[in-house]
Design a protein around this ligand. Structure first.
Ligand code: PMP
Length: 490
């Protein structure tokens, strides 16, 4: 007994020592590490084991990277095969059998209108690299400069991508309203809110005095991830396609987070049937290793040799892991599984909006789900007025299943949005962690609890995730009623 205690004391000490050294040595810009003080040492599927011996269900999945969860056998086998073959691991943009197989598998999955005429550019390995490459490409192809992006968008952290995400940078980005129901900027939500958003976009482009010259491209996420898990209505997506096509503006779909089955379609643009001109892909396509590409229609391929270079464009392990992941998702119907399980999880989660005053909204598509935490004591009427109109009449919006999507709770019960509650959301995240569940926070006000489980999650695991989350929300609600969790200031 004494030996066991000292072993576990030693394990705990090592865990705490690592965390202590991390906060002493790593940048103040640390992100996930602050809210999730864990030290992962082993992982498989949905489960992570910490250096303290605790086990967690991981619904962060490397920020949506792990379509097959941690260390899936087909991914490990693909990596080992490359290692054992003696193949070079880094080859710039040279041709290799590993890369050839990756491109073949990738092209097999692309939306039909793009697959037949696709070109792929291997750029630097992060999503933000692909976004930069896409901007450069459409600028070269159109001879124009500006980019259209949307409120709440997230495209990365390099300068151009950051500008498109709403950061203050000197890149000409015109920002347009992204449709959303719960906090509709026009105060109406539903199809009408989306229609107004589309009309605004159209008028900005057609009004010679709007201050927005004809842009080089429009970039959008079919489901905003970091912006708070906001699925774009399919009709709105089609409107964006029509508006851009009519004005010869290349449409760039950022599928960095939504791709590879996550939303219940292999690529999220498939829900609306929209064929973009350019797609930026990363995260899951590398099967947990860094890999990013830009895929675009051949007539946009105006680049001169070397127009967009970079050292780390030939990661053979990532390509092999990515090929294995794409093939496994395709061959095992994991996209359909994400749609079905996502719908089920979504409808169980919407019960939370009825049960807990601090759950304002639940939304998502497939296995990309968000639970917005609000201040139950906040002034909903003031919030509504602040957003523009006191008349809320939400209509059907995309839910997490296929199109036509099941209506969200918001579609059934018109609700007044309450103020976002980032501190309560952070408390839910902490309570989840205490119960062995890792979730991410996102959204404009960091008040949306995000679930991005691997597509391989079992029914039992999904039930455990929902139980722990509901339990955590109940604990936070109790605390907030007792005045234990600080109310947000604004
Ligand atoms: N686009 C989207 C839609 C994303 O979600 C992200 C990352 N969360 C990025 C781009 C940037 O990817 P990275 O962090 O790999 O640069």
């Amino acid at each position: 007994m004494a030996v066991a205690e000292s072993v576990s004391g030693g394990v705990r000490g090592a865990h705490e020592g690592i965390l202590r050294r991390q906060s002493a040595r790593e940048s103040a810009a640390r992100t996930y590490a602050r809210a999730l003080p864990i030290v992962p040492v082993r992982a498989r599927g949905l489960t992570i084991e910490g250096a303290d011996g605790r086990r967690y269900l991981d619904c962060l999945s490397g920020a949506g990277t792990l379509a097959l969860g941690h260390n899936h056998p087909v991914v490990l086998e693909a990596i080992r095969k490359v290692l054992d073959s003696g193949a070079p691991l880094s080859v710039l943009d040279l041709a290799t059998p590993v890369k050839d197989a990756f491109i073949t598998e990738l092209f097999r999955t692309l939306p039909p209108g793009l697959a037949d005429r696709a070109r792929v550019q291997f750029c630097g390995p992060a999503g933000t690299d692909a976004v930069e490459a896409a901007f450069k490409l459409v600028r070269a192809a159109t001879g124009r400069a500006g980019i259209l992006a949307f409120t709440g968008a997230y495209h990365g952290m390099t300068t151009g991508a950051l500008a498109a995400s709403g950061g203050a940078c000197d890149v000409r980005v015109a920002r347009l309203p992204y449709p959303q129901d719960y906090r509709c900027p026009f105060g109406v939500g539903g199809p009408r809110g989306a229609e107004l958003a589309a009309r605004w976009t159209e008028s900005v482009l057609d009004d010679p005095k709007s201050g927005v010259p004809l842009p080089a491209g429009m970039i959008l996420e079919p489901v905003q991830g970091e912006g708070g898990v906001i699925p774009a209505p399919d009709d709105w997506m089609r409107r964006m396609r029509q508006i851009t096509a009519a004005r010869a503006i290349p449409l760039i779909a950022d599928e960095v987070q939504t791709g590879v089955g996550r939303t219940g379609a292999f690529w999220a643009v498939e829900h609306s049937g929209v064929t973009p001109d350019v797609m930026v892909l990363s995260k899951a396509i590398g099967g947990s290793l860094p890999l990013a590409v830009v895929v675009y229609r051949d007539d946009l391929d105006v680049w001169e040799p070397g127009a967009h270079a970079g050292t780390f464009r030939g990661n053979q392990l990532a390509m092999a892991a990515g090929t294995a992941t794409l093939a496994h998702v395709r061959e095992n119907g994991l996209t359909e599984r994400a749609a079905v399980l996502g719908s089920r999880m979504f409808s169980q989660l919407t019960d939370l909006t009825r049960e807990f005053a601090c759950v304002g909204d639940v939304r998502g598509r497939g296995l990309m789900i968000g639970v917005e935490v609000v201040d139950p004591q906040g002034d909903g009427e003031a919030e509504t007025e602040r957003q523009g109109d006191a008349l809320l009449s939400p209509g059907p919006v995309p839910g997490p299943g296929n199109d036509p999507a099941p209506p969200t709770a918001g579609a059934q019960t018109p609700r007044t949005p309450l103020p976002a509650a980032p501190e309560l959301a952070a408390a839910v995240q902490r309570e989840c962690l205490r119960r062995g569940l890792i979730v991410e926070l996102g959204g404009r006000h960091a008040s949306v609890v995000r679930l991005l489980p691997p597509l391989t999650i079992s029914d039992e695991q999904a039930a455990a995730v929902l139980d722990r989350l509901a339990d955590a929300v109940a604990a936070v609600e109790r605390l907030s009623q007792a005045g234990g969790a600080k109310k947000p200031s604004g």
